[in-house]
Ligand binder design. Structure first.
Ligand SMILES: [Zn+2]
Length: 303
């Protein structure tokens, strides 16, 4: 899922391939996109020049010289491809922006949950975003104030773009792990020290991930996300996964202790559950051998 670093990488493509170019035609290839922009609106883009591009959180804004804005959001998937107009379109091409110099940009999106909108000139675009996660001027004090107003555990709160813009499920989990904060801690109950650690962790995670195009293609090594059943890189305890507000949360039960207590020893039941889940995954990969090893490992660790 593209989060701030991946969207920033996409912005780099836009800076190189869109800024300064004049639109010849824009073609929407998917019905979901066609429903969003009227044909007349689309046709009226001809001749407009893209004067600058802007990232706000995970939103991409292509500002046209006459004040109109082409607004793109990848959501679950998506990227830009670029090239000459006579080349074959890539698979999952959803929208094509052709320029008057024979180059083009293609919105590629396999899941087709992304959006493209055209806003008229003078639109005061309120995207409901809080401070940007990559903004150096964003302070721990500001984060603390925002968190104090929120109800519920910190992990889902971090996905709220009004609290901080740009984080998604992956980097929220990574940031909490780095700051040693339990995803279950009430957002409003974080101590000043924890808020400071979290602000710092978010910055570090964003910097570490920058330059990556996709979080799932191994360009970034993740510490906790999608590592259920694997040993924590910091304390070697077995990482766990739970579902919070409908999304997976990955965490280390030992160095992200709930309630601020020192490394809680997981109960027998919890150990068994983790081992079982990891084992199930392994079976799916048709590796019976791994099952035995995982269960054995969990037993060895906690007995
Ligand atoms: Zn740990």
């Amino acid at each position: 899922m593209p989060e701030l670093p991946e969207v920033e990488a996409a912005m780099e493509t836009l800076r190189q391939w869109a800024v300064g170019r004049r639109i010849a035609t824009v073609t929407l290839l998917h019905p979901a996109l066609q429903r969003r922009v009227r044909p007349a609106q689309l046709k009226a883009l001809r001749g407009a020049q893209i004067s600058r591009v802007e990232r706000r959180g995970k939103h991409q804004l292509l500002h046209l010289d006459d004040g109109r804005i082409v607004h793109v959001h990848f959501r679950m998937n998506g990227d830009w491809a670029h090239g000459a107009q006579d080349e074959e379109l890539p698979r999952f091409a959803r929208a094509v922006l052709e320029f008057d110099d024979d180059t083009r940009l293609i919105l590629v999106d396999s899941r087709m949950l992304g959006t493209l909108d055209v806003h008229p000139a003078g639109t005061d675009l309120d995207l409901g975003l809080g401070p940007d996660a990559a903004d150096d001027g964003w302070t721990a004090a500001q984060l603390g104030t925002a968190l104090a107003r929120k109800r519920g555990p910190i992990k889902p709160v971090l996905l709220d773009q009004r609290v901080v813009a740009g984080l998604g499920n992956i980097y929220a989990a990574e940031s909490l792990w780095r700051a040693r904060i339990s995803p279950f801690t009430a957002a409003s109950a974080l101590t000043t020290g924890q808020v400071a650690a979290l602000r710092k962790a978010i910055g570090a995670v964003i910097v570490r991930a920058s330059g990556s195009r996709y979080t799932d293609d191994d360009t970034v090594s993740l510490d906790v996300y999608d590592r259920e059943g694997k040993p924590c890189r910091r304390c070697r305890a077995t990482l766990e996964r739970v579902v919070q507000a409908g999304r997976s949360t990955f965490f280390c039960p030992s160095c992200q202790p709930h309630g601020g207590v020192a490394a809680r020893r997981p109960g027998k039941k919890a150990v068994k559950k983790v081992a079982k889940r990891a084992a199930k995954k392994a079976v799916n990969r048709a590796a019976k051998k791994v099952v035995k090893r995982t269960v054995k490992k969990a037993r060895r660790r906690y007995t």
